[in-house]
Design a binder for this molecule. Structure first.
Ligand SMILES: NC(=O)c1ccc[n+]([C@@H]2O[C@H](COP(=O)([O-])OP(=O)(O)OC[C@H]3O[C@@H](n4cnc5c(N)ncnc54)[C@H](OP(=O)(O)O)[C@@H]3O)[C@@H](O)[C@H]2O)c1
Length: 196
């Protein structure tokens, strides 16, 4: 399965590195290849595979599975403007739309993955991996990877990808439970300061 990660930030790069380490076929999108390649230097598994970081059109064209690793508002805007970009694809949403209360934040619990789902009616979506930090993803720790989905093929994709990179997938329920995973990430952020 070709995995296409939209977003070459800390999370996208850490996930790409872990997938590459486990010999998965992965690509990451960026708007600025030179800058992303500089950030990728800290991941030894990415250092020798510069072609892995590429443009969005290539990733959308070549990937069976898309991972949404952009800031939530960017992801929502993208999916609202181009609802067909993920048509028929498996999509893993890792975005965390909830922020600590001292930040300017227009989103409330429940808005997140369900907003993306409404904007991408033709995709098969799972909320997954958002409860893990980029730093934890960058290890090979066998962490639990809770996920939510209504779609059996999306569940299979999460199970396969998670197991391949040494995580322990746990299906917590339907996609409506995605808000619980987003809230869990916020609580983790508030108690550890570890999430972006
Ligand atoms: N960091 C974590 O520990 C963590 C943990 C769990 C979930 N998440 C979630 O994962 C997602 C990615 O987080 P992140 O920490 O990797 O970084 P991020 O700050 O959300 O940004 C990811 C990348 O998105 C691209 N981007 C930013 N603004 C954009 C725009 N207007 N249009 C197109 N692309 C844009 C940038 O890549 P280019 O400049 O290269 O194009 C950026 O590096 C977020 O939704 C976050 O909530 C993060």
């Amino acid at each position: 399965m070709n995995v296409g990660i939209l977003g070459a930030g800390p999370f996208g790069l850490a996930l790409a590195a872990r997938l590459a380490r486990h010999k998965a076929d992965v690509r990451v999108t960026t708007r600025d290849r030179a800058a992303a390649a500089e950030r990728a230097v800290m991941y030894p598994d990415l250092a020798n595979t510069p072609a892995l970081i590429t443009d969005t059109a290539t990733v959308l064209g070549e990937s069976d599975l898309l991972v949404l690793a952009l800031p939530y508002p960017v992801t929502l805007r993208l999916s609202q403007r181009f609802p067909a970009f993920a048509a028929g694809k498996l999509v893993i949403d890792v975005t965390n739309p909830l922020f600590p209360p001292d930040q300017d934040n227009p989103f409330v619990a429940g808005d997140g993955c369900l907003g993306i789902t409404r904007a991408l009616p033709y995709a098969r979506i799972a909320k997954a991996f958002n409860t893990l930090t980029a730093a934890r993803i960058d290890t090979d720790a066998p962490d639990a990877a809770p996920y939510a989905t209504d779609d059996e093929s999306a569940a299979d994709a999460v199970e396969n990808i998670a197991r391949r990179i040494g995580l322990r997938p746990v299906r917590i329920g339907p996609l409506a439970y995605a808000s619980h995973l987003e809230s869990a990430a916020l609580v983790h952020q508030l108690t550890s300061g570890a999430l972006s």
